[in-house]
Structure formats: structure tokens, C-alpha cells
Design a protein around this ligand. Sequence first.
Ligand code: NAD
Length: 296
Amino acid sequence: MANLIDGKRIAAEINAETAGAVAELGCRHGVQPGLAVVLVGQNPASQVYVNMKAKRTLELGMYSEKHELPADTGQTELLALIDKLNCDPKIHGILVQSPPPPQIDERQVVLAIDPGKDVDCFHPFNVGKMLIGDQDGFFPCTPYGVMVLMQRCGIDPSGRHAVIAGRSNIVGKPMMALLMQKAAGANATVTVCHSRTPDIREHCLRADILVAAIGKPEFIGGDMVKPGAVVIDVGINRIEDAAAKRGYRLVGDVAFEQVEKKASWITPVPGGVGPMTIAMLLQNTLKACRASCSPD
Ligand code: NAD
């Protein structure tokens, strides 16, 4: 039976470390890290995410600003707000919740954010820095969270074969970049599978570390996992469940009950990768604030 990678516990550890560092920054430099979250429209899932981020920001002693704009907000208006936040010394991180309404060009929005405040690491400048192994930029929150989960569980990817299912810009591609880096806690040999990969099962079966990020409920079955593999489930999928209070329950991209019998380590859903994403977002905000402080 696999060991459980307890993302809830590890995220709580990271958050406590962030809160300690925030308090110290206040004492030593008199600054408070600030995060602005921007939501355009009333997408209920996005509202939940934005509220969770703002709440956690405050809990860790940071300054939080929430900008909720109407669904018909134009591109110019949104870019003007980003410009204002770019210039605001209270704000060290800016996050525009995805997906925006169709009239908004998300690419232009990403490009408008000051790379020094791009705590989601979506700006091409930071994506490029991550790829070349420059530690000065940011790492995207979810894959960064996966790396930290493994590190805190004593799992070293060095020399191991990591297989990633999914190639999105948010998860799959940066996961590849982080795992393959010539750096402590990385140095894996990486295979990336996607919707056009024939026979994904064959690839998964060769994985020492398998990262599932495809958005398909319980896609990775026990027959796709090598005995002893580390299995990281990034997927968050709602499936109908009449017995559940809300009428649905959350499952990952991995069939947990089958796979936990074969894996050496496994993340649960919920409580695995999910809690790490906000924890790493606030670590990035802290990093942005530190970079803006002049040295002693
Ligand atoms: P996405 O839809 O942007 O990308 C999915 C990827 O999976 C694509 O690259 C596609 O090529 C690949 N894919 C689809 N079907 C496939 C198949 N049959 N075989 C192989 N590859 C296939 O999704 P995303 O944004 O990367 O998110 C993936 C999952 O992770 C979703 O369930 C999402 O909710 C979850 N997610 C969780 C967090 C978190 O904080 N835990 C953060 C981001 C995303």
C-alpha cells in the first residue's frame, strides 16, 4: 500500500513558514507583502478560488486587495487597472483569475503584468527564466507545489524517469521544465504525453514518477502504473454523486483505490496537490516583496 503524500499538512507547513517570513519582513524592513487578485465576471468556481486566495493572503499577514469587475468589463479598462496595480508599491503580486470572459484577450493581460509582480508565472519572461533554470523569477504555482511535495517527502527525482500526462501551459509544460532542470530536487528524465500520444499506457508503465494532469476523472488505472512508482495526481474533476451533500464529489485523474495498491507514494484528491497551489502563490508573493526591498 502506498504512502500518502499529505498535501494539506505540507501546505500548512509552508504557510506557517510564509507567515513567519512575512512577520520578519515587517520587523526588519517595515514592508508587508501585498497580493491583488482580479476577477472579471461572476463565474462561481472563479469566485470561490479568488475568495480562498484573498482569505489565505490575510491569514498569513499579507495585504490583500480584491478587484471584482463586471462581466462586460472591456479590455482597456482591465489593462488600466493592471497598469495601476503595476505602479502601486503596496502590491507585490498581481493575479488575474482565469478564465476571463470572451471579450478579454488573456494573452494581452498576461503581457501587461509587470514580470516582477507576475506571481502566477504566466508572463513569457518568467516562463523563459524558469526554462533556463534562472532562480530569480517565479515558478508556476501548481508544478512548483508538486516539486515541493516530493522534496518534503524525501522523494528525489534525480536519474528517475518521470512521465507527465498533459501538456498545458499551466501544468504539463512547466512540470516538464522543473523536473528536467539541472538542479537539486530535479534532474529527472522526462517524457510528456498528451491527447495525440498513441498508447499512453505503455509510457505510464515506464514511469518511476507519474504526474497526471489531463482533467479526465480516474483516467490512470492500476494497470497503467509500475509497482513502486510515485504517483502525483494534479486533476480535480467533479463527478455526480447522489449520496454526496452537494450532489457531486471531487476525484482526480487517477483511480486512487486501484493505484494506491501499486504505488510507493500517492497524492489524494482532495488534499494532495490542491492545497499546495495557493501556498506556493503566497511564497511567490513573498519572494516578489523581498526582491523589491533594498538590502540592509
Ligand atoms: P488542460 O485541459 O489545459 O490540459 C489537459 C491536457 O491533457 C492537454 O494538454 C491534453 O493534451 C491532455 N490530454 C487530454 N486528454 C488526454 C488523453 N486522453 N491522454 C493524454 N493526454 C490527454 O488542463 P490543465 O489546466 O492542465 O488541468 C489538468 C487537470 O488539473 C484538471 O483536472 C484541472 O482541474 C487540474 N488542475 C489542478 C490544479 C490544482 O491546483 N491542483 C491546478 C491546475 C489544474
